[in-house]
Design a protein around this ligand. Structure first.
Ligand SMILES: [Fe+2]
Ligand SMILES: [Fe+2]
Length: 292
């Protein structure tokens, strides 16, 4: 694995333009900074999946450092956009409230095999490549654009790392349907607690975390509302192509292209649904405020 070709010193922080900060995107970036910075747990978990391979452990550690750097870069940008944001307190609150059970208990892959684990990692890196490419293209704020471009490049390289590792495993190849099931399972986990809880911690004042009620579904909806509008079909095509390749399909075959079109329709519908739900919640809040 090649090293990340950038550090925080390569970012042109002086070009920050507060007039170009999108308040909704800022809320999503706060959550992303926390999740990215939390990579060390994944490093430990991956080492457990591949217990007897010190060379691989070094590679995972380098990967973890790069993910943590994503968190630091995004966190520093957030601080420019919102000087009141307390990254350390938010991260601490997140760590206190969220630990996936398999990080503590698993002595192997929760996907059932090394190959399965690496397919799941490919799904995550496909999603993040697509997400940061969409962010790079959508934001007009120059510093965030530069950070997102660097991160998207890293995520693509991470996908390649896990893809190559999967190909080189001595374990027997998994059946196609099994691979598809693992990929679909990991895809659906995008709506689990990790991002939702990070969104809650990052967008609730530090001294109110744990006091303000945490509603996972509402947080998932709020996060999706803020990120789905960034996507364009080309970003989705890319993610689906990368996932298709990870499960052994042609990245630009008709199945991948049809899946991309279907998901694009679902994204648009979901986005509309999330906008309606947020508008309703806002109206309800206003009514309550007026009645009080
Ligand atoms: Fe990352
Ligand atoms: Fe990554």
């Amino acid at each position: 694995m090649t090293k990340a070709g950038w550090t925080l010193d390569d970012i042109a922080w002086e070009r920050f333009d507060s007039s170009k900060v999108d308040a909704d995107l800022l809320m999503a970036v706060k959550a992303a900074s926390i999740v990215e910075y939390n990579a060390s747990d994944y490093v430990g978990y991956l080492k457990n999946v591949f217990p007897d391979d010190p060379k691989l452990h070094e590679i995972f550690e380098q990967w973890g450092r790069e993910e943590a750097q994503h968190g630091m870069a995004l966190g520093r940008w957030v601080k420019l956009a919102d000087p009141d944001f307390d990254f350390d307190a938010t991260f601490e609150a997140f760590r206190e409230g969220y630990t996936p059970p398999h990080f503590e208990e698993a002595d192997g892959s929760v996907r059932g095999s090394k190959r399965g684990e690496l397919i799941a990692r490919c799904v995550v890196e496909s999603g993040t490549t697509s997400y940061y490419s969409a962010m790079r293209d959508a934001t007009e704020e120059p510093v965030l654009k530069q950070i997102a471009a660097h991160i998207a490049g890293d995520e693509m390289r991470h996908w390649r790392l896990f893809f190559d590792l999967q190909q080189s495993q001595s374990e027997p190849e998994l059946k196609f349907w099994k691979k598809l099931r693992i990929a679909a399972g990991r895809f659906s986990e995008a709506e689990d607690d990790e991002l939702a809880y990070a969104y809650y911690c990052a967008n609730t004042p530090a001294d109110r975390v744990g006091i303000e009620p945490y509603d996972r579904k509402a947080c998932v909806r709020a996060y999706e509302l803020r990120v789905l509008r960034l996507w364009r079909p080309k970003h989705l095509d890319r993610a689906i192509g990368m996932i298709a390749a990870a499960v052994g399909m042609r990245p630009r075959g008709w199945v991948a292209r049809s899946a991309s079109r279907l998901i694009w329709t679902a994204v648009k519908l979901k986005n509309r649904g999330a906008m309606r739900a947020e508008a309703k919640a806002e109206a309800r809040g206003l009514r309550l405020a007026r009645a009080a």
